[in-house]
Design a protein around this ligand. Structure first.
Ligand SMILES: *[C@@H]1O[C@H](CO)[C@@H](O)[C@H](O)[C@H]1NC(C)=O
Ligand SMILES: *[C@@H]1O[C@H](CO)[C@@H](O)[C@H](O)[C@H]1NC(C)=O
Ligand SMILES: *[C@@H]1O[C@H](CO)[C@@H](O)[C@H](O)[C@H]1NC(C)=O
Ligand SMILES: *[C@@H]1O[C@H](CO)[C@@H](O)[C@H](O)[C@H]1NC(C)=O
Ligand SMILES: *[C@@H]1O[C@H](CO)[C@@H](O)[C@H](O)[C@H]1NC(C)=O
Ligand SMILES: *[C@@H]1O[C@H](CO)[C@@H](O)[C@H](O)[C@H]1NC(C)=O
Ligand SMILES: *[C@@H]1O[C@H](CO)[C@@H](O)[C@H](O)[C@H]1NC(C)=O
Ligand SMILES: *[C@@H]1O[C@H](CO)[C@@H](O)[C@H](O)[C@H]1NC(C)=O
Ligand SMILES: *[C@@H]1O[C@H](CO)[C@@H](O)[C@H](O)[C@H]1NC(C)=O
Ligand SMILES: *[C@@H]1O[C@H](CO)[C@@H](O)[C@H](O)[C@H]1NC(C)=O
Ligand SMILES: *[C@@H]1O[C@H](CO)[C@@H](O)[C@H](O)[C@H]1NC(C)=O
Length: 798
């Protein structure tokens, strides 16, 4: 909860500058809305508020007004002295309230009924003079947990909750000084948890405790002395008629001598389950002859032993545990290296020896563990599979074997004679290699081989016909194993966190019967091959466990971190045939378009025109314009046969000499000067024009004048300035029509360097554009005066 962190920092700041315990800040007085000021409004939706260790001294009636959804409030480890339940008038949803470790002396219960949903109330470790329980508490119908503390306990204290059924009562009574006999027995609770008083050594307290609830936890038992009569003698009074059936001794310090007395007393009592948590073993650890047969105790758990004794005299004190006739025994987290074989047929059903330093010397040639069903040797120092096999070979009932977190490797043993009863084997976190598949229990159903050094699944697994779950996570597999190599009963396969980058498709066909496949956290290479894999989830939803979050691309770099779910490649980039087909298809379409264009739109003509246009542009650029433009009045002179005059006058001239006057043409009908000879006129016209346009057609060839004009133009302009000649082919001229003497014309016709008049209307625009481009030459301004008609610079610049 972000807001909480922010507010905490803020409030700490405030508290730092606030006098702790200042009386004027207490409940209901002139105290401003402090907490609500500190905690931003956004928080009012939150159900949990941890205000422990905040140095809070006082609460105001309005403080929790906004937190209408509040269900868990932790106010422990603060400086609160007085408390009124009225502060929760807006918090009817409150279920858990921890007020432990404050300085409470007064508590006003008259508003307690407001929080009628309260289940847990912890008032332990406060400064109450007596263990005061207000009568309103008994009205909280949902109350299950009550935490209290006191220096004296009287029957009267509990009168208000006497026989009111609770689930858990915690009494933090280290500092108890007075105890009235019979007080505890007024409680009606399934579990009673007391801390042992340090000073008051009243045997009555423990007697009553043993007869109050079915579950009793006694913590903080400290007897450092070599002999400590109290509390062991008091505890030893436990008998078959006591009420307690589950006894928990937590955080205890005592010599082994005293502990074995307690064990012996408990052995034949009402207690069926004994838990010893965090036991500090002091002074001595010696073998004590005790009778641990025929007890009522069914399970003994000793978890976390801190040994302060490092030497002992034979017989080994640990023998005591082998001799115990108890169904379930846990001796965990105790740093032991060994446990002896029971000297008689044991009734152990489960043996939990996890987190010790046990080696393969354990249970060597031990034939008295035939009832054992579960053996947990997790986190020990076992090394060889063969040693484990021989250790377990006589355990005829062994079903569950946990060998995880050892240093076991497969030693290529010839004898792989696992006990046939084994159905669960955990070899996780060892040094197992691929060869192990030749040496597995034949009837195993659940096999955990995760966190080992397996590189592939070889033959051998198909013989394990009952195998249901196989865990190969965190090994060095390169591919998902082929299920042909496995039993058809396999339902769960885990290959998380291996080196699988491109799972083969074969797996999918062969593993149809697998219900759950877990293959996340592998370095997937996101390419075409991987698509088959991503299809698994689409085809069988729910089959891939951890999908989609655990499945991400590792390679290539561009896709790193991308979820496989979101990874997509186009079908064509993966299928060469589709790609080829598409390329061929495109080629065919292009070809068809070209053929169609040639046939219906005369594409070659357009291309030729385009080519000419580009060439003209290029040439015009290179002309020495100044030289050219001297004395020119016209853009072009037109030469044509009389027979073509209709086209020239009606089509060519109107189109070129548009209204903008950008192009001026010289043609004999308009600009020929009377009085001069025709030849003179032609020469004048040609000389005064930049370009000469010849309209070629069979008629042109026949015309005498045209020949003359062409001849003259050839001589006047061709030579260096070939580009000043523009030829328009109005009608096709067969080669044979051109007389041999017109070698230049013949050459021109052959080279096809003419503009062809297209018959189709649609092409005309391009023809005109090309022609204009060919003519387009700027007439420089100094010649403008000579020109008798208006140019006004409207000529398209070249
Ligand atoms: C309240 O906070 C204290 C100290 O952080 C913690 O020990 C205790 O368990 C908390 N109580 C609840 C009900 O969470
Ligand atoms: C009540 O407070 C005591 C002392 O802080 C603690 O040991 C116990 O766990 C608390 N109980 C709950 C339910 O928070
Ligand atoms: C405890 O309370 C339950 C329910 O109210 C009741 O049945 C039972 O007899 C009580 N036990 C004792 C010892 O008072
Ligand atoms: C264990 O008991 C000792 C006193 O015997 C006490 O100081 C210590 O805080 C306790 N530890 C826990 C975790 O309760
Ligand atoms: C426990 O109380 C029962 C009666 O409720 C009594 O018979 C028995 O002797 C008591 N046991 C002890 C150890 O006080
Ligand atoms: C254990 O109890 C059985 C009967 O329940 C009895 O035959 C046997 O002698 C007892 N053994 C010991 C050592 O007390
Ligand atoms: C002992 O362990 C077995 C197997 O784990 C379990 O079924 C049984 O309930 C346990 N018995 C006791 C008394 O805890
Ligand atoms: C197993 O128990 C028998 C007695 O039933 C005993 O003779 C034998 O020595 C025990 N085996 C071991 C290895 O202690
Ligand atoms: C064995 O003991 C450890 C430590 O007490 C515990 O965490 C684990 O659950 C136990 N395992 C079994 C199978 O009882
Ligand atoms: C394997 O053990 C069984 C009993 O568990 C035994 O009958 C069999 O002879 C043993 N086989 C080998 C090769 O040791
Ligand atoms: C095997 O042991 C490991 C480590 O102790 C544990 O995380 C895992 O859950 C166990 N496997 C099974 C199937 O219980």
């Amino acid at each position: 909860m972000k807001w909480a962190v922010i507010s905490v920092n803020f409030s700490l700041l405030i508290y730092m500058f606030m006098p702790i315990n200042s009386k004027d800040e207490s409940v209901g007085k002139k105290n401003p809305n402090r907490l609500t000021k500190i905690l931003p409004d956004a928080s009012h939706l939150d159900t949990l508020l941890d205000l422990s260790h905040k140095n809070i001294c006082c609460l105001h009636v309005d403080d929790f007004r906004l937190f209408t959804k509040l269900s868990i409030l932790n106010l422990s480890h603060n400086q609160i002295e007085e408390f009124e339940f009225e502060v929760f008038q807006f918090n009817t949803a409150l279920e858990q309230l921890d007020l432990s470790h404050n300085k409470l002396t007064i508590i006003r219960c008259n508003s307690l009924h407001l929080i009628k949903n309260l289940k847990t109330l912890n008032l332990s470790y406060n400064n109450f003079a007596t263990m005061y329980i207000c009568k309103e508490i008994s009205l909280l119908s949902k109350l299950e947990y009550l935490g209290l503390s006191a220096v004296q306990i009287q029957k009267l204290d509990f009168i208000n909750i006497a026989h009111r059924e609770l689930r858990y009562v915690f009494l933090g009574i280290e500092n108890l000084q007075e105890y009235e006999v019979g007080s505890l027995q007024l409680l009606n609770t399934s579990k009673l948890h007391i801390t042992l008083p340090i000073y008051l050594q009243s045997p009555f307290l423990l007697h009553d405790a043993l007869n109050t609830s079915t579950t009793l936890e006694i913590s903080q038992i400290t007897c450092d002395a070599y002999f400590c009569d109290y509390p062991t003698s008091a505890l030893s009074k436990i008998n078959k008629h006591s009420k307690v059936s589950t006894l928990i001794l937590s955080n205890i310090t005592m010599p082994w001598n005293e502990m074995s007395n307690v064990l012996q007393a408990v052995w034949r009592s009402s207690v069926q389950h004994l838990y010893i948590y965090t036991y500090t073993l002091v002074h001595e650890f010696v073998y004590k002859q005790k009778d641990f047969s025929n007890g009522s105790l069914k399970s003994l758990v000793i978890d976390h032993v801190i040994q302060k004794v490092f030497f002992f005299t034979p017989p080994h004190p640990l023998n005591i545990f082998s001799e115990m006739l108890v169904e379930n025994f846990t001796f965990s987290n105790a740093d032991i290296t060994h446990l002896f074989c029971p000297p008689w047929p044991s009734i152990f059903r489960t043996l939990n020896l996890s987190k010790n330093r046990i080696t393969h010397e354990i249970f060597k040639e031990c034939d008295n563990l035939t009832a054992l069903e579960l053996l947990n040797l997790q986190s020990n120092r076992l090394q060889k599979i063969s040693k484990v096999i021989s250790m377990t070979s006589t355990m005829k009932s062994l079903k569950y074997l946990d060998l995880s977190q050892n240093i076991i490797d497969y030693d290529q043993t010839e004898k792989c004679n696992w006990t046939e009863s084994l159905v669960f084997l955990n070899l996780s976190e060892n040094r197992i290699t691929t060869e192990v598949f030749a040496c597995l229990p034949i009837n195993v159903q659940i096999l955990d081989l995760s966190m080992n050094q397996i590189t592939s699944v070889s033959k051998g697994l198909e013989h394990l016909t009952f195998l249901r779950e196989l865990n190969l996570a965190s090994n060095h597999l390169k591919d998902i194993p082929d299920c042909h190599l496995m039993s058809r009963n396999l339902r769960v396969l885990n290959v998380d966190d291996n080196g699988i980058y491109s799972p083969s498709v074969a797996f999918y066909q062969s593993c149809q019967y697998i219900k759950t496949l877990s293959a996340g956290r592998n370095p997937f290479q996101c390419n075409c091959e991987l698509r088959e894999f991503t299809h698994i989830e689409k085809m069988t939803p729910g089959k891939l466990s951890g999908w989609p979050d655990s499945y991400r691309c590792k390679y290539p770099e561009d896709f790193k971190g991308v979820l496989l779910k979101d990874f997509y490649v186009f079908e064509i980039s993966c299928n060469i045939y589709i790609l080829l087909g598409i390329v061929l298809g495109i080629l065919l379409v292009v070809l068809a378009i070209i053929i169609f264009s040639c046939k219906y739109f005369d594409l070659p003509w357009y291309i030729r025109m385009l080519f000419l246009w580009i060439r003209t542009k290029h040439r015009v650029k290179n002309i020495n314009k100044h030289e050219l433009e001297k004395g020119k009045r016209f853009h072009a002179f037109i030469s044509y046969s009389e027979e073509d005059s209709e086209w020239v006058k009606n089509v060519l001239i109107p189109n070129l000499e548009k209204s903008d006057g950008s192009i001026k043409l010289c043609h004999h009908e308009k600009h020929f000067i009377p009085g001069k000879t025709i030849v003179e006129n032609i020469i004048l016209c040609v000389e005064q024009s930049f370009k000469s346009i010849f309209v070629l057609s069979p008629n042109f060839i026949q015309s005498k004048w045209c020949h003359y004009e062409l001849h003259f133009a050839q001589h006047a302009l061709f030579g260096k300035n070939f580009y000043n000649l523009i030829l328009i082919l109005l009608d096709p001229i067969p080669q044979y029509l051109i007389p041999n003497k017109y070698t230049r014309l013949k050459a021109i016709m052959k080279q096809r360097t003419y503009l062809e008049w297209p018959k189709e209307r649609g092409k005309h625009a391009l023809f005109w554009a090309n022609l204009r481009e060919a003519i387009g030459v700027n007439l420089t301004s100094d010649e403008e005066e000579d020109i008798d008609w208006d140019f006004k610079g409207a000529i398209t610049p070249v």
